[in-house]
Design a protein around this ligand. Structure first.
Ligand SMILES: Cc1cc2nc3c(=O)[nH]c(=O)nc-3n(C[C@H](O)[C@H](O)[C@H](O)COP(=O)(O)O)c2cc1C
Length: 369
């Protein structure tokens, strides 16, 4: 029996996640624990593809370290017996300010792919941002969904393909578009080269047609400019956010141009190495945008305290990428649910320990300096 088969059999039996593998307790206690657990069951190539960052991974490390460097100020003797994590984003009520970031081809790590992710998102009442490069079609995903879906758009050179993708996502019930603007070309990915990254048989980009085995350049659009995305926005009544903004100037342009929001992101440090960590950019973007549009952030968020720090610095919500992919690889739907549950629980604890009972009350005063 393979390790995956053993794990799947245990989960089918409803076994507690605290079981023993090779004589060692391996139950995950934090989001970080899912990485080594997933590594045991997914292919080495898929693991390298997910875990790695661009080039020397300077930004990959920075994304984590920068959250750690921010200190929190605990407050005592506040009644925190009731914590309200509800947040409003673009007219939608979120039970807690966390979303699942768009990530490509979930079938690389689990045979049910995005269907398992969607079921977990629904069970956890969390918004799932479906990637253009999902390995299950947006129509099938929407059938499995009971919670909000957004669609991440890689704007295609051929406008009719983009229009069609948008129309399909709208019909499928997606409630917003995130245009990814930080990927005109693929980043330098040494790990993918070394691991011989490719789409294995049975895994494909389900929403768009590509030749078998084809990957990056033909789905990316190196000539994309502000006027193109203006055209994209004119094709829909849904809110359109820009994902992959790091500079305050670009955020300011997005607000002036009337986009619905920005996601401060460096694509999980997978594109341009040696950019700052996203949390370094976040306060600059927030100050520049000055409340005109919501600002979201992703990159290296692994702890409830990271979520709290993001909100304190002015983010409306955060997104997580790798941790839920590891959860998916490790235990499918239940693994993703565990990841979300843990982060939510940690966030509530972080709120309580800093004396915060609602999202609206969280501001920079809870940071040490
Ligand atoms: C394996 C993988 C695939 C990704 N695919 C996409 C994608 O298709 N579209 C996109 O906009 N971002 C994609 N991203 C970036 C994520 O949306 C997100 O910005 C990033 O993962 C957040 O950082 P974190 O993984 O440290 O939480 C991907 C990230 C990973 C790790």
């Amino acid at each position: 029996m393979t390790r995956r088969a053993t794990l799947l059999a245990l989960s089918a039996l409803g076994a507690s996640y605290r079981f023993f593998l090779k004589g060692q307790a391996v139950g995950p206690a934090s989001l970080m624990d899912f990485e080594p657990l997933a590594k045991q069951v997914i292919s080495p190539m898929a693991f390298e593809y997910i875990a790695s960052g661009a080039a020397d991974e300077i930004t990959l490390r920075a994304n984590r370290e920068a959250w750690n460097k921010i200190s929190l100020k605990p407050r005592v003797l506040v009644d925190v017996s009731r914590i309200d994590t509800k947040q409003t984003l673009l007219g939608q009520e979120l039970a807690f300010p966390i979303l699942l970031a768009p990530t490509a081809t979930h079938k690389l790590v689990h045979p049910q792919g995005e269907l398992a992710t969607t079921r977990a998102a629904s069970a956890s009442s969390i918004t799932f941002v479906v990637s253009t490069l999902s390995s299950v079609t947006i129509e099938e995903i929407s059938k499995a969904a009971n919670s909000t879906l957004w669609f991440q758009l890689y704007v295609q050179k051929d406008r009719s393909i983009t229009r069609e993708l948008m129309k399909r996502s709208e019909v499928a019930g997606c409630r917003a578009f995130c245009i990814t603007v930080d990927t005109p070309v693929r980043g330098v990915r040494d790990h993918d080269v070394r691991a011989g990254y490719h789409l294995p048989p049975g895994v494909q980009f389900a929403n768009i047609e590509t030749r078998p085995g084809e990957l990056g350049p033909q789905v990316l659009n190196a000539s994309l400019t502000w006027s193109d995305i203006d055209w994209v926005r004119s094709q829909t009544r849904l809110p359109v956010l820009l994902k992959g903004i790091l500079s305050a100037e670009d955020a300011s342009t997005a607000a002036k141009e009337g986009f619905a929001g920005v996601i401060v992101s460096n694509h999980g440090a997978r594109n341009l190495d040696t950019t700052p960590a996203t949390v370094e950019a976040l306060p600059l973007v927030v100050d520049k945008v000055n409340g005109q549009i919501p600002v979201l952030v992703d990159g290296g968020i692994r702890r409830g305290t990271d979520v709290l720090k993001a909100i304190a610095l002015g983010a409306t919500a955060v997104l997580i990428g790798r941790p839920y992919l590891y959860g998916l690889g490790y235990r499918g739907e239940e693994g993703v649910s565990q990841v979300v549950r843990m982060l939510r629980t940690e966030f509530q604890a972080a709120m309580a320990l800093t004396g915060q009972t609602s999202i609206a009350g969280i501001n920079r005063s809870i940071l040490w300096s």
